[in-house]
Design a protein around this ligand. Sequence first.
Ligand SMILES: [Cu+2]
Length: 324
Amino acid sequence: MSHLLSCARPLAAVALFSLFAGSASAHIVLGQKEAQPGSYQGTLRVGHGCDGSATTAVKVTIPEGVVGVKPMPKPGWTVTLETGPYAKAYPMMHGKPATEGVKSITWSGGNLPDAYYDEFVFVSALSGDVAGKTIYFPVLQTCERGSTDWAEIPVSGQPVPPHPAAMLKVAQASAQAQPAAPVKVGDLQIEAPWARATPGGAKVAGGYVRITNTGTAADKLVSASVDAAGKVEVHEMSMANGVMTMRPLAGGLEIAPGQSVQLAPGGYHLMMMDLKAPLKEGDKVKGVLVFEKAGKVDVTFEVRGIGAGAPMPGGMGPAGGHMH
Ligand SMILES: [Cu+2]
């Protein structure tokens, strides 16, 4: 940047600088902007002062629904808490419901020069009330000269305001907590369809479901499709030379009368291939299962975290091709 500035004419340099000042990296933000409901460590990143003046205090206001807040002490700074009643009682993992707690944390008395960067940390619990929501932590930054109130709430479809509050996107409560009702088609009952999340841009994902045949004749799962994948195959796992491998199931997966077949990690599964986008925990993936007799049935796969489901069977090595 200094190189750019030295080459640019003074007027252009000013324009360039204000552009940078308005960019996201210049705001006070939370280090982790997406979280699951439950425990959350908030790290406020302060990357500059107020128009060049050193930061001497940082006050964060805790939004409703964020409970059990505790600041991390910071050498050289004095921590002050403001507490008060919550709008309602929040059930806590341990002990009684929380009816009151920390409403704001102020770190003061320190000195963070404009040229330096620092982090201000607290732990908290994200209650079910904020699950699936985007919440905001207003931050008041006080400096040797002046202050900046990072309290503006962005409105979707509009440009980000100049001084936005720190944003946190809270995921929906986990899929396991709310199993979908079984779907019936003919004599078949389809339960708990789910798929594994694909962090790191994997192009394949495992899909799982429980199928019960309540009739008197066998049926077969012959094919499947999902909106999110170019192609879906029904796979089986098998041991070959001590290594777990998988292959498409020729002729489909039979569901005998009176039997349940559980597609699960390490066993039968739907191989979702050529994914159009990564599957993220909390997503819902619409698909269709096709049975020989019962016909087509619409299902919705709940996407769960990478760690979900049964552990991988022993011996499954790189020859397995993909993880599930
Ligand atoms: Cu497979």
